[in-house]
Write a protein that binds this ligand. Structure first.
Ligand code: NAI
Length: 327
């Protein structure tokens, strides 16, 4: 049987953590033949540490055959030791009345510390997914704080936006969500993201031609996907957790096990593709194979798309400038 891999998860006692850990332990992320060791990080505060113990009691009670070991941590230097995968879920999202500078400063502190810890103790091949918001900028901070690790191994979660877009398209066309190919979301995980179905197909047929309604695209589809997080909070009384955890599973599974040529969206450091400045943590269409992602290149960017890409890029560049002094 396979050698166990070490999966570190931060914010492990939070609501996404609760929807995520059981699926990692059951093999949905890395395969039903891949034993895992969970290394769970929470803040060094009594309440969350106690809640984490409770989650671990439930993980025990599932008797997952693939879960060979798990440990609780309050220090990233021990939580990330030899980690092969790190899912950085815990962060400080923007609260009501919170200033942007405060948000960036608090997360700057968290993600510089976690980036440095990954740099010091994680596997040299560690694959990192940042879920905690602002996800792209937090991933950028962690990457810049880990100079000895490959920059390409730091990624941000755009997959929830991708899956939300796929679901809206399936509803609009009346087709199966599973049959949608070549969909992508460009940019920041925020309402400025640009979900782009110009290249998408269903059963080989063009989605853009099937829908053939630019007014719907600009005024219904994009706002619906962009504001979906707020709509979930409004309806459920708390933020998306199961769908966020599901997207994290999808992102890591596809990265680790491959997509068979299918496009997915990942937030990754730009190598200058599509005019996105190098190192900007940006949502791109990718395919994955042998544990590596590859940007889908050579797509035509029309005027409408360029405008949307410029907006989401400007927002990201603003966030990047706001944390420059922390790095
Ligand atoms: P939550 O508040 O239920 O849980 C977060 C947990 O992280 C808490 O238990 C907290 O104690 C812990 N935490 C905070 N700072 C930490 C640190 N420095 N080290 C370790 N643990 C830490 O929040 P929830 O709902 O689980 O969401 C987590 C994050 O994911 C939020 O920032 C949220 O905005 C973000 N999110 C991102 C999405 C995406 O698509 N990228 C989608 C949905 C949520």
């Amino acid at each position: 049987s396979k050698k166990p891999v070490r999966v570190a998860v931060t914010g492990a006692a939070g609501q996404i953590g609760y929807a995520l850990l059981f699926r990692i332990a059951s093999g949905e992320m890395l395969g039903k033949d891949q034993p895992v060791i969970l290394q769970l990080l929470e803040v060094p505060v009594e309440g969350p540490q106690k809640a984490l113990k409770g989650v671990m009691m439930e993980l025990d009670d599932c008797a997952f055959p693939l879960l060979v070991e798990m440990t609780a941590h309050s220090d990233p230097m021990t939580a990330f030791k030899d980690a092969d995968y790190a899912l950085l879920v815990g962060s400080r999202p923007r609260g009501p009345g919170m200033e942007r500078a405060e948000l960036l400063a608090v997360n700057g502190a968290i993600f510089t510390a976690q980036g440095k810890a990954l740099n010091a103790v994680a596997s040299r091949d560690v694959r990192v997914l940042v879920v905690g918001n602002p996800a792209n900028t937090n991933a950028y901070i962690a990457m810049k704080s880990a100079p000895d690790l490959p920059a390409k191994n730091f990624t941000a979660m755009l997959r929830l936006d991708h899956n939300r877009a796929a679901s809206q398209i399936a509803a609009k066309t009346g087709k199966a969500v599973a049959d949608i190919e070549k969909l992508t979301v460009w940019g920041n995980h925020s309402p400025t993201m640009y979900a782009d179905y110009r290249f998408a197909t269903i059963g080989g047929e063009s989605v853009a031609q099937m829908i053939n309604d630019q007014e719907w695209n600009a005024n219904v589809f994009l706002p619906t996907v962009g504001k979906r997080g707020a709509a979930i909070i409004e309806a459920r009384g708390s933020s998306s957790a199961a769908s966020a955890a599901n997207a994290a599973i999808d992102h890591m599974r596809d990265w680790a096990l491959g997509t068979n040529g299918k496009w997915v969206t990942m937030g990754i450091p730009s190598g200058g593709e599509y005019g996105i400045p190098a190192e900007t943590m940006f949502g791109f269409p990718v395919t994955c194979e042998n544990g590596e992602y590859k940007i889908v290149e050579g797509l035509e960017i029309d005027a409408f798309s360029q405008e949307r890409i410029n907006i989401t890029l400007a927002e990201l560049e603003g966030e990047k400038a706001g944390v420059a002094h922390l790095l």
